[in-house]
Write a protein that binds this ligand. Structure first.
Ligand code: ZN
Length: 250
C-alpha cells in the first residue's frame, strides 16, 4: 500500500506546501485523510492511478482540514466520492460543500455522498475506529485496518490516551507537528511537538511515525522540518518528517 502526501502544512498554505491531505491506495480506491487544500491534487492523482473511488475521512472541520472540498467540482463525472465525518459534523459539512461556500457548476461532476461516522468501530469494506482527541473543537483520530496493516491518523491534538489506543502496535502512525522542538504542552493550543509525537509513537508501540501538519507559521523552511525530524528520532528512530509530494510504502 502506498500513501501519497498531497498537503503537509497545518493552519494555512505557504511556500512549504498545501494544508493537510494524504491518500492511501487500497484496492480499487483511495482512502483520503483530511481535505485541506492539498485535496485539489487528488483528482489528478486518481486519474494517474486509474481509480475512480475515494473515501474521504475528516478529522474535524477546521478549514486547514476541509477547505479543499471547495475543489470537489474538479472530480470528473464517473468518479464516486464518499465523505465521512463524525455524525455531529454532517450538518455543517453539508453547508460547506454547497452555496454560498462552494460553487456547484452546471456540468455534471463526480457523485458525492456525505456519510456519518460514529465513535468506536465503523464497519465499511475495511474497519475504521474513531476516537476523540484533545483539541480546541471536537477532533477525531482514526485507525484503519487494511488487509492486515494498521494505520493510525491522529492530527490536531495534544498528548492524550486515545493516540496510544489508536496507534497501538500500528504499522504506521501519522500525526502532527504543530509545535517546535522543545516546546511545552499548551492547553490553550493543543498540538504536538516532535518530541511529544515521538513519545506517543513509542508509548503505542507503533512501527513507524510520519510527522505532518507542520504549523505554517512556525515551520517556514525545510531546515526546520529536518530539525523536527532529528528531535523526534532521538526518541523514536523510525520517524520521518513529511513533505508535499512524498510517497511512502507500508
Ligand atoms: Zn489543523
Amino acid at each position: 500500500m502506498r500513501i501519497h502526501f498531497l498537503g503537509t502544512n497545518g493552519w494555512f498554505p505557504s511556500r512549504m506546501g498545501n494544508t493537510v491531505c494524504a491518500a492511501i491506495g487500497w484496492r480499487d480506491r483511495l482512502l483520503v485523510l483530511d481535505a485541506g487544500d492539498g485535496f485539489s491534487k487528488l483528482a489528478p492523482l486518481m486519474a494517474k492511478l486509474r481509480v475512480r473511488k475515494a473515501d474521504v475521512f475528516l478529522s474535524h472541520l477546521h478549514l486547514d482540514h476541509a477547505i479543499g472540498l471547495h475543489s470537489l467540482p474538479l472530480m470528473p463525472k464517473g468518479f464516486e466520492i464518499r465523505i465521512f465525518a463524525h455524525k455531529s459534523y454532517l450538518r455543517a459539512l453539508k453547508q460547506l460543500i454547497a452555496h454560498p461556500y462552494t460553487a456547484t457548476p452546471e456540468e455534471e461532476f463526480a457523485k458525492v455522498k456525505l456519510l456519518p461516522l460514529k465513535t468506536g468501530c465503523n464497519r465499511l469494506p475495511y474497519s475504521v475506529q474513531l476516537l476523540p482527541l484533545k483539541h480546541a473543537d471536537p477532533c477525531f483520530g482514526m485507525r484503519f485496518e487494511l488487509d492486515g496493516k494498521a494505520v493510525a491518523y491522529c492530527t490536531d491534538t495534544g498528548t492524550c490516551k486515545n493516540i496510544s489506543r489508536l496507534a497501538n502496535g500500528a504499522d504506521l502512525l501519522i500525526t502532527e507537528c504543530g509545535l517546535l522542538p522543545g516546546s511545552s504542552p499548551n492547553n490553550a493550543w493543543p498540538h504536538l511537538s516532535p518530541e511529544m509525537a515521538a513519545g506517543e509513537a513509542k508509548k503505542a508501540g507503533a512501527h513507524r511515525l510520519i510527522l505532518s501538519h507542520f504549523d505554517a507559521n512556525k515551520y517556514p523552511s525545510p531546515t526546520l522540518r529536518k530539525r523536527a525530524q532529528k528531535a523526534a528520532r532521538k526518541i523514536f528512530p523510525q520517524a520521518i518528517a513529511a513533505e508535499d509530494g512524498m510517497e511512502f510504502e507500508i
